[in-house]
Ligand binder design. Structure first.
Ligand code: NAD
Ligand code: 0WE
Length: 263
């Protein structure tokens, strides 16, 4: 029996086979979890329904996290179908594309700032409002995905860095707020991975190469590795961990000096 046997999980953020959420769903399904999925747009619906087959998902619902009514509807349906929930995975981030290129001060706009923070940071606590009543009796676990750009300057990550910093603080405040109900809240800070969200990013391939050279493991990480860490973090194996940012980045964040030419 897997270490997530009997756990009911909602996973938000599957958009393609490359999505980090797809790696998380694979790992959680392998460990015995029952999985509900959401899709952001009607265009993505068919794809997510197809993925759902592989994970035997019975619950596949529409959800744009900028819409409170849709969040409420998702948890209403989960309450009807499941009565309770054990795990919610938030694998969602967005800023308008023009915010993620060029000089930070020049590129950042009031509107782009608001959108990035709404979709990437606020939405996590918005979900928690509705998840809490469904987790209260047995406890539960909430997980989000963040990036090193929250803590250190990464060129072009720009306003997403601020949104992820807010998301990481959100993890700590939510952990403190929900801890008395037995609900743990954590984040995984993943190294760069080629996904849809990364595909439009200028020089992403260069970033992958440089990261691999400098990381202690001398390579990039995969969605399978993030998925395994996520499954652990949301399982009872991690029952003592809350408010934590866990790096799954091959150790990159611990290094400072760029590799010298002969390295
Ligand atoms: P992805 O494009 O596969 O996933 C992003 C998801 O966000 C998509 O499923 C998209 O539908 C969803 N989304 C965006 N706006 C939404 C909205 N308004 N409502 C509902 N869903 C919305 O890319 P990914 O790389 O798997 O990203 C998942 C998470 O991982 C993000 O939070 C991202 O910041 C984070 N992350 C990514 C990397 C990387 O290098 N790929 C590294 C660290 C952290
Ligand atoms: O969090 C992310 C992706 C964030 C992201 C990407 C896009 C591209 C398409 C948010 N919003 C959008 N909006 C779009 O229109 N990552 C951690 C991956 C990523 O994105 C970067 C990175 C890395 C790493 C952007 C610039 C620099 C580095």
């Amino acid at each position: 029996m897997g270490f997530l046997a009997g756990k009911k999980v909602l996973i938000i953020g599957v958009a393609s086979k490359l999505s980090i959420a797809t790696g998380i769903a694979d790992a959680m399904h392998r460990e015995g979890a029952e999985i509900a999925l959401t899709y952001q747009t009607e265009k993505l619906k068919k794809r997510v329904v197809d993925f759902g087959k592989k994970w035997n998902s019975q619950l596949i619902l529409p959800l744009d996290v900028s819409d409170d009514a849709q969040i409420e509807a998702v948890f209403e349906e989960i309450s009807k179908q499941w009565g309770s929930i054990d795990i919610v995975v938030h694998s969602v981030g967005y800023a308008p594309a023009h915010e993620l290129e060029g000089d930070y001060v020049d590129a950042t706009t009031r509107e782009g700032f608001a959108i990035a923070h709404d979709i990437s940071a606020y939405s996590f606590v918005a979900l928690a409002k509705y998840a809490r009543p469904l987790m209260k009796e047995k406890g539960g676990s909430l997980l989000t995905l963040t990036y090193l750009g929250a803590q250190q300057v990464v060129p072009n990550y720009n306003v997403m860095g601020l949104a992820k910093a807010s998301l990481e603080a959100n993890v700590r405040y939510m952990a403190n707020s929900l801890g008395a109900d037995g609900i743990r809240v954590n984040a995984i800070s993943a190294g760069p991975i080629r996904t849809l969200a990364a595909s439009g990013v200028k020089n992403f391939r260069k970033m992958l190469n440089e990261t691999a050279k400098q990381a202690p493991l001398k390579r990039n990480v995969t969605i399978e590795e993030v998925g395994n860490a996520a499954a652990f973090m949301c399982s009872d194996l991690a029952s003592g961990i809350s408010g934590e940012i866990l790096f799954v980045d091959g150790g990159f964040n611990t290094t400072a000096m760029h590799p010298l030419d002969d390295a």
